[in-house]
Design a protein around this ligand. Structure first.
Ligand code: ZN
Length: 125
């Protein structure tokens, strides 16, 4: 069985790096059984800085469509043949259709009345 790989190279000038001319390898590998291809790339290391969530969230509760009674006024509803009440509600939790669906049935869940809940404060209940 022949495993074919087509070696590639990207050459570019990268600011603030020595040597100035960088050569970045990649390759295309061809599956000998299916003929399908895959690309093998070497991405640069991504270093993310943790955002200041308190600053990002501050003041957004005033216009948030998911807070308080607004969730029942501003969010879409499922058709009655799917969910008779339009939205699924349990206590202060609400599930409604996703306005940007990625499949035939997609939903958004509101996990309670708090405007912002850090992921580290999610609880099983
Ligand atoms: Zn909110």
């Amino acid at each position: 069985m022949n495993f074919e790989a087509i070696k590639k190279e990207t050459i570019m000038l990268v600011p603030n790096k020595e040597p100035a001319l960088q050569r970045i390898p990649s390759e295309i590998r061809i599956d000998p059984l299916t003929g399908r291809t895959a690309r093998i790339c070497h991405f640069m290391k991504l270093a993310w800085e943790k955002p200041d969530f308190d600053a990002l969230v501050s003041g957004t509760d005033a216009w948030c469509p998911f807070c308080g009674a607004k969730v029942h006024q501003l969010t879409p509803q499922f058709p009655a043949e799917l969910i008779a009440e339009g939205r699924m509600c349990k206590g202060d939790m609400v599930i409604f259709p996703n306005m940007a669906p990625y499949d035939s049935i997609g939903a958004v869940a509101i996990f309670g009345a708090r405007h912002y809940i850090p992921m580290t404060e999610f609880t099983p209940s």
